[in-house]
Design a protein around this ligand. Structure first.
Ligand code: OAD
Length: 238
């Protein structure tokens, strides 16, 4: 099956790749829903990944994101991230990389134009619409930092449950799905929409790369039961 998918990749003029937390697992970043090791197996997302949670307990939520930022700063892109970036460099304009990951590892591997549907954990943004006094560079130190003029707080620039995805990235991702000849769906459980819906609207063949079952397996033309950092370098070599 790997050889067949390799042939599909060689033939495809437009390739879309949708990645999830499993993409970074071999870098040492925990996934969300894997039993025991997944973040949501240990923490309640409703207490950490919603605007309500942040407003109710800003220092606790800020601290949790600070812990994840520190962890991500200590890991490196893996062979899968690097293979995707190298393929895109060898084949300009052929591959659109869409990720649900907020860890920035695709970008650090050298991928340009990544459509980061769930934001970037390494960046901040204002919780409330910023006023003229809100200047992130001179925010007062705190957990979280805040505007000394109005008290507005900085928060991580990720998409929390109940929030809209960045419109431009989502539009571009939907267009890539509609126009692709082949979509690789790598390391995602396929339970979070609208990202998961991209696999269901893909115009071309859908290939899942995942060591375990996913909610999208029924939409796939091929399912490769393996790990991203092992399979992607093989599949993406010319
Ligand atoms: P999940 O934790 O739901 O799923 C991770 C998937 O990666 C599982 O299907 C695993 O089997 C698979 N996996 C584990 N190791 C792997 C490896 N080495 N190679 C390939 N696959 C592997 O993570 P996501 O699907 O990304 O949202 O979760 C989607 C969203 O839910 C996240 O973006 C996050 C979370 O709540 C927000 O933060 C908004």
């Amino acid at each position: 099956m790997t050889q067949e998918v390799h042939a599909w990749l060689r033939a495809a003029k437009r390739i879309a790749v949708l990645t999830g937390a499993g993409m970074s697992a071999e870098s040492g970043v925990p996934t969300f829903r894997d039993a025991q090791t997944g973040l949501w197996a240990q923490f309640d997302p409703m207490q950490l990944a919603t605007e309500e949670a942040f407003r109710a307990n800003p220092s606790m939520v800020w601290g949790w994101y600070a812990f994840r930022r520190e962890m991500i700063a200590q890991v490196d892109p893996n062979a899968g991230h690097l293979a995707l970036a190298a393929f895109a460099q060898r084949h300009p304009g052929r591959l659109t990389l869409i990720t649900q990951n907020v860890d920035g590892l695709h970008q650090r591997a050298g991928s340009a134009g990544v459509l980061a549907l769930h934001g970037n954990i390494l960046e901040d943004k204002w919780l409330d619409i910023p006023k003229p006094c809100c200047d992130a560079d001179s925010a007062a130190a705190g957990n979280p930092p805040y505007c000394s003029g109005c008290g507005n707080m900085l928060r991580p620039a990720v998409v929390w449950f109940g929030e809209a995805l960045p419109l431009q990235a989502l539009d571009a991702a939907q267009a890539a799905a509609r126009e692709c000849d082949l979509m690789l769906v790598v390391g995602t459980s396929g339970v979070v929409y609208p990202a998961a819906g991209l696999a269901r609207t893909a115009a071309g063949k859908v290939v899942i790369i995942n060591p375990g079952p996913t909610e999208l397996d029924d939409a796939a033309d091929a399912v490769l039961r393996g790990k991203a950092a092992q399979l992607l370098p093989q599949l993406l070599e010319d």
